[in-house]
Design a protein around this ligand. Structure first.
Ligand code: PAF
Length: 284
């Protein structure tokens, strides 16, 4: 049975240092849990003695009030989900507990937060890095689990813990997809039936990049143009970006000369979806 802990002061009491030594795994989430989260919890369950799932819709990382207010949440359903997955503790603090006043100190993520999604969501990654830093300080896990779907977030968190010497291992877990390729995301439940049919276009475009790169294409502009042909000409679909970047520092590549990450964001009927696909040239 998963235990619900809803205050920072209580999670500290609940997790004395002795237990931390048995390897504590933290799965940070914003709730609305789905099979993608299940694979994070599963992995943590395999590798850790105690699994804590945090559920906190972090206001600091939303650039629009409407997006924050529209973010799906149902703590009771998520708690049952975590129980089924065998999590030991759900840590679900209130916004007042996490931010008793607006923070004076936040984490500046520098250049890593400027490209890809950062170009369209100013301040987003600063908000993510700040809340992740707080969660790591509060729970003090040995390992923390994040989805590879959010490639830029994962890269920033890896640098965050390296730059601040946070004693935690960061584990990236592969993206889970529906049968038609759509990456699982809490936002998918906001898609209308018609928009759900259009949504896999992002994965199809990224997969076109993968096939092109595997076949030996090297010019990012030409590869990108071919991939964008996969995006339907439909009034409710709008590509925000599709880029080929270096997997290590997420800088755009001028020529494909090794593995690249194809990353993109697509708006479908007012819902913003992101995804990425790792691409490498085939060895002959
Ligand atoms: O990926 C998410 O759900 C969030 O960005 C995270 C890491 C839980 C921080 O709020």
């Amino acid at each position: 049975m998963t235990e619900l802990v809803d205050a920072i002061s209580r999670i500290r009491q609940r997790l004395p240092a002795r237990e931390r030594a048995t390897r504590l795994g933290l799965v940070p989430t914003m709730g609305a849990l789905h099979a993608g989260h299940a694979s994070l919890i599963n992995r943590a369950r395999q590798e850790c003695g105690i699994v804590v799932v945090s559920i906190f819709v972090n206001p600091l990382q939303f650039d629009s009030r409407a997006d924050l207010e529209g973010y799906p949440h149902d703590l009771e359903v998520d708690l049952q989900f975590c129980s089924r997955m065998g999590a030991d503790i759900v840590f679900a603090p209130t916004a007042e507990d996490m931010y008793p006043e607006p923070p004076a100190c936040t984490v500046d993520v520098g250049r890593l937060g400027e490209g890809l999604c950062g170009r369209f969501r100013p301040g987003h990654f600063q908000g993510v890095a700040t809340v992740v830093m707080k969660l790591l300080q509060i729970v003090q896990p040995g390992l923390a689990y994040f989805g590879e779907k959010d490639a830029q977030q994962l890269a920033i968190i890896r640098r965050l813990v390296a730059d601040f010497n946070v004693p935690v291992g960061i584990v990236g877990v592969p993206t889970i997809r529906d049968g038609d390729g759509l990456a699982l995301s809490s936002r998918n439940r906001r898609l209308s039936e018609g928009d759900r049919v259009l949504a896999p276009a992002l994965y199809q475009a990224l997969d076109t990049v993968r096939r092109d790169v595997a076949a030996g294409a090297t010019d990012p502009a030409a590869i990108r143009a071919r991939a964008l042909e996969e995006v339907p000409q439909d009034a409710s679909v709008k590509i925000e970006y599709l880029e080929l970047v270096s997997p290590s520092d997420l800088r755009p590549v001028e020529r494909v000369a090794g593995p690249v990450l194809a990353a993109g964001a697509l708006w479908v009927g007012g819902v913003r979806l992101i995804d990425n696909v790792y691409c490498e040239q085939e060895r002959i």
